[in-house]
Design a protein around this ligand. Sequence first.
Ligand code: HPA
Length: 278
Amino acid sequence: MVTEVKQRVDEAVAFVLGRRLWQPSVAIVLGSGLGNLADRVEHRASIPYSDIPHFCRTHANGHAGQLVTGYLSGVPIALLQGRAHRYEGLANHQASFPIECLHAMGARVLITTNAAGGLNTRFCAGDLMVIDSHIDFLWSRGLWGAETRLGQIAPARTPIYDWDLIQSAKSLARKSDITLHQGCYLATLGPTYETRSEYRMFRWMGADVVGMSTVPEVLAAQRLGMQVVAFSVITNVASTDVPQSTTHEEVVALGRAAGPRLLRIIEAMLDEQAGQPD
Ligand code: HPA
C-alpha cells in the first residue's frame, strides 16, 4: 500500500513538474465558494485535476477542480482550487492524495480553508474562524493515512494546528480590523446538512462549527510534518429552534462574500513568510 501510494504520488508530481508548474513552498486549499482567491495568483499556471494522473476529480458545485501554481505575496504557492470529499465516495487517503503530492513538490506549510455552519451562538453568517482543534466524525481512526498498517498504533494526533500560525493569523486579522474567531471544527461525512437536533448535539459536544471536509487533509499534512493552519468561513448559522434549511447556493454565495477578508489574512501571513529566512 505504502509503495503503491508513493508510486502514484511520484507519477502525479512528475506529470505536474513536466508541465512546468512552479514548485511551491506553501500549499493552499480553497473550499466552497472561495475559488476566486486564485485570481490573485501571479505568474499563474494551472492544470485541471482530470489531467493529472491519479488525482481525484471533485464533483461538488462551487469547486473548479484545478491545480494552480504561481506566486502570492512573492511566495511560491500551489493552490488546490476545490477539493474532493469523503461524501463523493472516497477514503481519507484518496481525499488527501493532492496534499501528499504538494508535499512531494516541496510544500512544507498547508493553509486550508472551508465553508462551515456556525454552531457557536456568538458567530454570525459571514464570520471567519481559525481552527485550533477538531472533532473527527469521519471516523478516521483506522484510516489514519496510506501508511497505517493493520494493528499499528498511529502517533498522537496533537498538535495538528500550528500554534504560532494561529497566533499570527489572529494578530494580522486584528491589525486589518477583521473579526477572526478561534475554535473547534467538527467534520461530518455529509452530504446532507444537519437536522436541528444534530446541530444541537454538535454544539453540546463542544464544536464551534461543522463542515464536511478538511480533516483528511490536515491528518495527512500532520503525518508529513507540515505546518498546518486552517480557516472556516461561516456560511450559515445553525438554526436549532426555528425550522430553516441551508442550501448549497447560499453556502457558495456567502463563501464568495467572505473570501476577500480571508484572502487579506492569508496574504498577510504569506508576507510574513516571505520575510522569514530559509
Ligand atoms: N453543515 C455542514 N457543512 C456545512 C454547513 C453546515 O451547516 N455549512 C457549510 N458547510
